[in-house]
Ligand binder design. Structure first.
Ligand code: NAD
Ligand code: UFG
Length: 331
């Protein structure tokens, strides 16, 4: 049985689909701070199977104990956390408290109940702004915002705990830019308010909720001057977690792995691919660079293939097709 924290969220719900399809029993906890419990109804509609859900905060030690005393978990997939870079600069206390204290509480309860396996959602943001892409896992890490620091600190906490306890089994997954949605269009990413991230923003332009996309800078040293990122289909990303679980069946210690495609696309290339997939025009406005952005970031994805036997299968056209399918149905 697998415990999925943050399992009603964007990546968590897609991972629940893959877990259930692969025959795992799944328990989800989430405080519903950034998602709705209904996403698990959609997961059931897609898979024909149910997860057990508890509305529990990872900072709630007693609540966690109750969940751990009802089930025996072979592993935890830990998605729960706050993820908005800009908000983390305005409310650092909130981010450190939720992400760091929450994870410490979770780890404490896992230890009490003898649960030694964890797959952790880290981020390519830990490569900071001083590395040249493609990013490899052994590059020096640094951060430019509190959100990023919470990821790096959690990586460190998990590493130290695994050093002290030789039975611990940890995979740190550094996600690049997850986009797209389940091909059913039943689950996807629908942030509240005006989206910060590129593809949710484009979706809102395509369905007419926003007039145009601001392109943050066209004077970077990239193929067309706009920022380059490694976009990865959320279904591929979800499958990466199953590969990590399989790895942990046989290995102790800590493994750090990039989950990306290894391919970079510029903002304007994504806009073109989305326009093609949706048949909608996406008007753009060239705006100043966004503070904290790097010119280009994409993965060296070879370690994931070597260690986990996983690689991304879906390309930018499928990502845009599925993002549009979800947007046109649900946004
Ligand atoms: P999401 O916001 O959709 O999912 C996170 C879930 O965690 C939400 O359902 C939220 O309600 C829940 N949550 C937050 N704090 C909680 C708490 N204290 N207790 C219980 N539940 C809590 O985000 P996502 O895009 O699915 O991201 C999942 C994880 O992946 C996060 O840790 C995020 O930082 C990480 N990540 C995301 C991206 C990305 O671009 N989406 C990139 C790199 C890493
Ligand atoms: N962009 C625009 N206009 C927008 C939004 C974004 O031009 O309205 C550009 C950005 O400048 C950047 C690219 O689109 O060049 C991607 O931006 P996103 O905000 O979608 O993604 P980031 O790469 O900035 O950050 C994301 C997550 C972080 C995570 C990081 C690495 O938001 O949490 O990927 O995983 F840390």
């Amino acid at each position: 049985m697998i415990l999925v924290t943050g399992g009603t969220g964007f990546i968590g719900s897609h991972t629940c689909v893959e877990l259930l399809n692969a025959g795992y029993e799944v328990v989800v906890i989430d405080n519903l701070m950034n998602s709705k419990a209904e996403s698990l109804d959609a997961v059931k509609e897609i898979t024909g199977k149910s997860c057990t859900f508890y509305k529990v905060d990872i900072n709630d030690e007693a609540g966690l104990r109750e969940v751990f005393s009802k089930h025996t978990f072979e592993c935890v997939i830990h998605f729960a956390g706050l993820k908005a870079v800009g908000e983390s600069c305005q409310k650092p206390h909130f981010y450190y408290s939720n992400n760091i204290s929450g994870t410490l509480t979770l780890l404490k309860v896992m230890n009490e109940f003898g649960c030694k396996g964890i797959v952790f959602s880290s981020s390519a943001t830990v490569y900071g702004n001083n590395n040249e892409p493609p990013f490899t896992e052994d590059m020096p890490t640094s951060c430019t915002n509190p959100y990023g620091w919470t990821k790096l600190m959690q990586e460190q906490m998990l590493t130290d705990i695994a050093l002290a306890d030789k039975d611990m089994r940890v995979v740190l997954l550094r996600y690049f830019n997850p986009i797209g949605a389940h091909p059913s269009g039943l689950i996807g990413e629908n942030p509240n308010g005006i989206p910060n991230n590129l593809v949710p923003y484009i979706c809102k332009v395509a369905i007419g909720q926003l007039p145009y996309l601001n392109v943050y800078g066209n004077d970077y040293d990239t193929v067309d001057g706009t920022g380059v990122r490694d976009y990865i289909h959320v279904v591929d990303l979800a499958k990466g977690h199953l590969a990590a679980l399989k790895y942990l069946e046989k290995n102790t210690g800590v493994l750090t792995v990039n989950l990306g495609t290894g391919n970079g696309y510029s903002v304007l290339q994504v806009v073109d691919a989305y326009a093609k997939a949706s048949g909608k025009e996406i008007p753009v406005n060239i705006a100043p660079r966004r503070q904290g952005d790097i010119a280009s970031g994409y993965a060296n994805a070879s370690k994931a293939y070597e260690k986990l036997g996983w690689k991304a299968e879906l390309g930018i056209d499928e990502m845009c097709r599925d993002a549009w399918n979800y947007a046109s149905k649900k946004m």
